[in-house]
Write a protein that binds this ligand. Structure first.
Ligand code: P53
Length: 482
């Protein structure tokens, strides 16, 4: 029976992390500061602040994060126990080039990832490595104003050259930039672009914004990504190098054609602009129109078009957490906390952080992406940020998380039936880690609990949640027993 289709036999089940939210050891092993190291803690309502230098007495949650730097053996063993086939992680750029523009890489940083990859190999866990995940070396942000400056392309490509050669026999899957499309949104200015804000130093929608600067920085990332893809394939032709998009599922609030058109325009600008460039190798027509109408002039060099054409990615990956409504009516109320994203959908429930839970939106999204590009797809982030309670007997009964993931996995199955070439699924924050948006610990995503609170207190001990045993069973049965 064709409709009995299952997850492919070699489906990559696993989880995802990012160095700056997970490793800690921010000043160990010769590591330099990254932009994540100058972010204070915030909350759902209070934006995180950027302090260009480290202030005395201020708490920076990413500094120690959850200490994977010292606990990687124990952690990877736990992932292996769940039966992980894949583990998405990032390399902290500032472990390899502490200042970003150093003449030589830092051997101690390279050695750390040798060890991590060797440990994964021991359990046959496939690494999926994000090269840049909101953690540009701070020096590049301060000295060059981040990605606005074209010099970052060369620094990035040199960093890629070093890690591609070093890990060419142990890493096959690479992602050039995490959520590259964050730069199409004001909150991405600092996190994704490493551009120092001129305004109040807060990461929020209210940040002083300059689209000219954001899109120029984005262009430099496109060039860097394309060059990395080309270089990677020269170093190892078997490398699979992908893009990574924060996919925002936009629904028109009503059937008013103005709402429908607006939803499509947002889909184009925020979701598809970047992947059109990275997958097809050229800017789409709607981007050119947008730049024209907004008086944005992208400074391109003569062979940039050629570079983009030669650096098309092999596969498409994205994060998916929620869907949002859009309305042409300016008076509709916005939701979403300090990173506000859209308008309330009356049919959906939201997480405690206002992210609207929509499993069917994942099926819609997978179809929307696949029938545009027809290349393999991975969902590399998905999950529910929630407050967990440790019971007196030590159990953590996170049924809400199991429900969330189960419903999303069901919809991935539907999408596979629809014909989508889905090759992997890595849930976000498989071991609890620091939230990117708020800097909190209490916004947890993991199958594995970490004893650590928002003020940095706790033993950092790991504990298995109920979802740990559930996900283990899901992987064991290749998604049959949900
Ligand atoms: P946190 C906003 C919207 C969608 C994805 O987010 C986002 C963000 C930024 O907060 O980021 C991705 O930790 C990102 C991860 C991040 C994860 O989503 O705010 O790639 O680094 O942790 C979840 O709950």
């Amino acid at each position: 029976n064709k409709l009995d289709k299952k997850f492919p036999k070699d489906f990559l089940w696993g989880g995802a992390t990012a160095a700056n939210q997970f490793e800690g050891g921010y000043n160990e092993g010769g590591k330099g500061l990254s932009i994540a190291d100058v972010l204070t803690a915030g909350s759902h309502t209070v934006p995180r602040r950027i302090t260009p230098t480290i202030e005395d007495g201020m708490y920076y949650p990413n500094h120690e994060a959850v200490d994977f730097y010292h606990r990687y053996k124990e952690d990877i063993k736990l992932l292996a126990e769940m039966g992980f086939k894949a583990f998405r992680m990032s390399i902290a750029w500032s472990r390899i080039f502490p200042n970003g523009d150093d003449p030589e890489p830092n051997e101690e940083g390279l050695k750390f990832y040798d060890n991590v990859f060797a440990e994964l190999k021991k359990y046959n866990i496939e690494p999926i490595v994000t090269i840049s995940h909101y953690e540009t070396p701070l020096n590049l942000a301060i000295k060059y104003n981040g990605w606005v400056n074209r010099n970052l392309v060369d620094f990035y490509v040199r960093y890629c050259d070093v890690i591609f050669r070093r890990y060419k026999d142990i890493v096959k899957y690479w992602l050039t930039f995490n959520e590259i499309n964050a730069l199409t949104m004001p909150w991405g200015t600092f996190m994704a672009g490493a551009i120092m804000p001129n305004g109040n130093g807060e990461i929020s929608n209210n940040e002083t914004d300059n689209e000219q600067i954001r899109y120029q920085a984005l262009h430099h990332q496109f060039i860097a990504s394309a060059k990395a893809v080309k270089l990677g394939h020269e170093i190892n032709k078997d490398f699979k190098i992908g893009c990574m998009i924060a996919y925002m599922c936009f629904y028109p609030l009503t059937c008013n054609p103005d709402d429908v058109l607006l939803a499509q325009q947002k889909d184009n600008l925020h979701n598809f602009l970047c992947s059109d460039v990275q997958v097809r190798g050229e800017y789409p027509g709607f981007a050119k129109r947008y730049f024209e109408e907004k008086n944005i002039n992208i400074n391109m060099q003569e062979n940039d078009e050629q570079i983009l054409k030669e650096g098309k990615v092999d596969f498409y990956t994205f994060s998916y957490y929620m869907s949002n409504c859009v309305s042409a009516d300016q008076n509709e109320e916005k939701i979403g906390g300090n990173i506000s994203l859209g308008i309330k959908n009356p049919y959906l429930k939201a997480s405690d952080w206002g992210w609207q839970i929509d499993p069917k939106g994942l099926r819609w999204t997978l179809n929307n992406i696949y029938y545009r590009y027809q290349i393999p797809i991975m969902v590399v982030e998905n999950g529910l940020g929630a407050i967990d309670k440790v019971e007196t007997d030590g159990t953590i009964n996170d049924d809400y998380r199991i429900d969330y993931l189960r419903e999303h996995i069901k919809q991935m199955k539907e999408a596979i039936l629809d014909g989508v070439d889905l090759i992997g699924y890595t849930t976000w924050g498989c071991i609890d880690l620091v939230s990117a948006g708020t800097g909190e610990m209490k916004k947890r995503y993991g199958f594995i609990y970490v004893d650590r609170d928002d003020e940095g207190r706790g033993t950092l001990n790991r504990m298995k949640k109920k979802s740990f045993y559930w996900y283990k069973k899901v992987i064991e049965t290749n998604g049959e027993d949900l």
